[in-house]
Design a protein around this ligand. Structure first.
Ligand code: UDP
Ligand code: MG
Length: 329
């Protein structure tokens, strides 16, 4: 039985990507062919598109590419489950046949030339290689600022994310298997990967503009993603509530002393404005706190239900290569 340990899988989540898939395939194919020629990866290496319930012709295109291009395989998910879950679906299928997995977005905003550096780092013994953006020139001012705010908030709240790293990374088979042991449904992959350990390094690259189509992360989705990222990883907001409550207790004592003094001085009718003000203020704090608690309860609710993260409708295997002989253990 032939067993190599340098089979690469490139896992690409795709949601309504009909406009970019052909070009993406062309470019990734070149990268893989070059790496094979240089004997850095094995001939069994493949590209796995994880179709996240696209509503356009994405799956048709993947099926067509699968027929003409020996590198292409696909996983078709039964519904749209989101970028993160689509990635997990792809990784879970790919890890059976690959020794290392690179995840990259379908729009190829991330520099595919970094893949070679990642593979080299893997061959040197690194289990996790993060693709880190060297700059954010291609971002709008708005995205730049919100992104930097996000990373700062994340680290302030105790989540260990890699600065300016999204989901462009290489993971060894064993790192992927370790990652798959994290069963949480509120998935924030780039928060989990840094806590699984192993030997880790960074590769720097430039990020480009989306080559076609439009972003699948509009503002509302971005905000949701950020909130998930924080509340899935940190209980600090809960502690902050406790701290705020404690502070207010202290302020209440001062307020009580003040009120009593006023009472004995006979000034009780005045003070209406301060009362109304504090009523609003405390009311808002209470509601905000409930909101944060609600966020966590919502998370618990989702975890307790223990629903599957995705459902695979069909798989397009790599011809002649996805067979028992090539299954990695
Ligand atoms: N994506 C997905 N499911 C979704 C949304 C996005 O699989 O529900 C994929 C999308 O096809 C792309 C990647 O996630 O490959 C990142 O999306 P996009 O490039 O639109 O995000 P941006 O780069 O604008 O943040
Ligand atoms: Mg993009």
């Amino acid at each position: 039985m032939k067993k190599e340990n340098n089979t690469l899988a490139v896992v690409v989540p795709c949601y309504n990507e009909e406009e970019v898939l052909r070009e993406t395939t062309k470019q990734l194919t070149t990268v893989l062919a070059d790496l094979i020629k240089e004997e850095l990866i094995s001939e069994n290496s493949f590209i796995l598109y994880s179709n996240d319930g696209s509503k356009d012709k994405t799956w048709e295109i993947i099926s067509e590419l699968h027929k003409s291009n020996n590198f292409i395989c696909g996983v078709n998910l039964s519904n749209n489950v989101g970028h993160q879950n689509a990635l997990v679906a792809g990784m879970e299928v790919a890890v059976k046949y690959a020794d290392m997995i690179v995840t990259i977005d379908a729009d190829l905003q991330d520099d595919i030339n970094a893949v070679k550096k990642m593979v080299k780092a893997y061959l040197e013994g690194f289990d996790i290689v993060y693709g880190v953006r060297a700059n954010r020139r291609s971002d709008t001012l708005f995205k730049k600022n919100t992104a930097s705010l996000f990373y700062k908030a994340m680290s302030l709240l105790g989540s260990k994310t890699v600065y300016n790293h999204a989901d462009f990374r290489l993971m060894s088979g064993r790192a992927v298997k370790a990652f798959l042991q994290y069963p949480e449904k509120n998935l924030f992959i780039r928060g989990i990967v840094p806590i699984i350990g192993f030997k880790t390094t960074n590769v720097f690259y430039d990020r480009y503009e989306r080559m076609a189509g439009e972003t699948k992360y509009p503002f509302a989705k971005m905000v949701n993603f950020a909130i998930d990222g924080i509340t899935s990883f940190s209980v600090k907001p809960l502690r902050i509530i406790f701290g705020v409550g404690f502070l207010f207790l202290f302020l209440t004592i001062i307020a009580a002393v003040y009120t009593l003094v006023q009472y004995f001085a006979g000034n009780v009718v005045s003070g209406w404005s301060s009362m109304i003000l504090s009523l609003w203020f405390i009311g808002s704090i209470a509601i905000m706190s409930l909101g944060i608690i609600g966020e966590y309860i919502g998370k618990i609710y989702l975890e307790v239900k223990n629903r599957p993260r995705y459902i695979i409708e069909s798989i397009l295997e790599q011809r002649n290569k996805f067979n028992n002989e090539n299954v990695k253990n």
